[in-house]
Ligand binder design. Structure first.
Ligand SMILES: C[S@@+](CC[C@H](N)C(=O)[O-])C[C@H]1O[C@@H](n2cnc3c(N)ncnc32)[C@H](O)[C@@H]1O
Length: 208
C-alpha cells in the first residue's frame, strides 16, 4: 500500500487508537512552541489536526496542508478557528506559497516517509520570513535503527500495515538545514515517561 492510501485508510482510527509517538509529539509542540502570538504559521503534513488546533488557537494565522484527503477532512472538522486554511498538497512538490510569508513552519512525524528531505528544507527556508523558525519533530533515528516504523491495523482486513519509511540521521537533518541556509540548529531528544533507554522523538529547531 502506498503511503497516501495508507493514511487515507488509517485516518478513521488515527485519533482513537493509543499511539505514544503521536502523544509525545503533542506534548513536545505544547512545550516548545508557546510563543506564537502574532505569528503566521505553516504546518506541513498536518494529518488529523492535533497540532493545527494549537497553532490556530495560539497563532495569528495557520496554513496547513497534507496530501491525504481523509486525514485532512478530520483536521478541517477539528479546527473551528477562522484564521486557519487547509489544503491538499504533497510536501515533495513545490509548495503553493509566496516567498517569506510566515514566521514558523512546523513539520511533525512526516519526514520518515520522505526520501529527499533537502527539498523540504529548501521550501521551508523559502517561505519563512528572515529570522523565521523551522520546527521539526520526528521518530528518533535511534528508534528507527531498532526497527520502529509508523504502523497501524487495517480494520477491514485486520492486518498490520507498516508504512514505507526512510532513515534520516541527525547529521542528515543538520546537513539539510545548513545547505538550505539555516543558521542556528538545535536538536533535542525526547523520551517516553515510562521507557528511558532510547529516545522516542527528535526535535529540531532552526532559524533562518
Ligand atoms: C504520522 S501522520 C502525522 C500528522 C500530524 N503532523 C501529527 O503530528 O499528528 C503523517 C502525515 O504526513 C502526511 N504525509 C505523508 N507523506 C506526505 C507527503 N508526501 N505530502 C504531504 N503529506 C504527507 C500523511 O498523510 C499524514 O497525515
Amino acid at each position: 500500500m502506498n503511503t497516501k492510501d495508507a493514511y487515507d485508510n488509517w485516518a478513521e482510527s488515527y485519533d482513537i487508537v493509543d499511539n505514544p509517538t503521536r502523544s509525545l509529539d503533542e506534548k513536545v509542540v505544547r512545550t516548545l512552541l508557546i510563543d506564537l502570538e502574532g505569528k503566521d504559521i505553516v504546518e506541513a503534513g498536518c494529518g488529523t489536526g492535533k497540532n493545527s488546533v494549537w497553532f490556530a488557537e495560539k497563532g495569528k494565522s495557520l496554513k496547513a496542508f497534507d496530501y491525504s484527503k481523509e486525514m485532512l477532512s478530520l483536521a478541517r472538522k477539528k479546527v473551528i478557528n477562522n484564521n486557519a486554511e487547509f489544503s491538499l498538497q504533497d510536501i515533495t512538490i513545490l509548495w503553493p506559497f509566496d516567498n517569506q510569508i510566515c514566521d514558523l513552519v512546523s513539520i511533525n512525524l512526516i519526514l520518515e516517509h520522505i526520501e529527499n528531505i533537502d527539498f523540504v528544507f529548501k521550501e521551508a527556508f523559502r517561505i519563512l520570513k528572515p529570522n523565521g523558525k523551522l520546527f521539526i519533530c520526528e521518530l528518533h533515528p535511534s528508534k528507527q535503527e531498532k526497527g520502529s516504523v509508523a504502523r497501524f491495523t487495517d480494520d477491514s482486513t485486520n492486518t498490520e500495515i507498516k508504512l514505507v519509511s526512510y532513515f534520516h540521521s541527525k547529521k542528515d537533518f543538520q546537513n539539510a538545514g545548513k545547505s538550505s541556509g539555516f543558521k542556528s540548529i538545535k536538536l533535542q531528544d525526547w523520551y517516553d515517561e515510562t521507557c528511558e533507554n532510547i529516545p522516542r522523538l527528535l526535535s529540531i529547531l532552526m532559524t533562518k
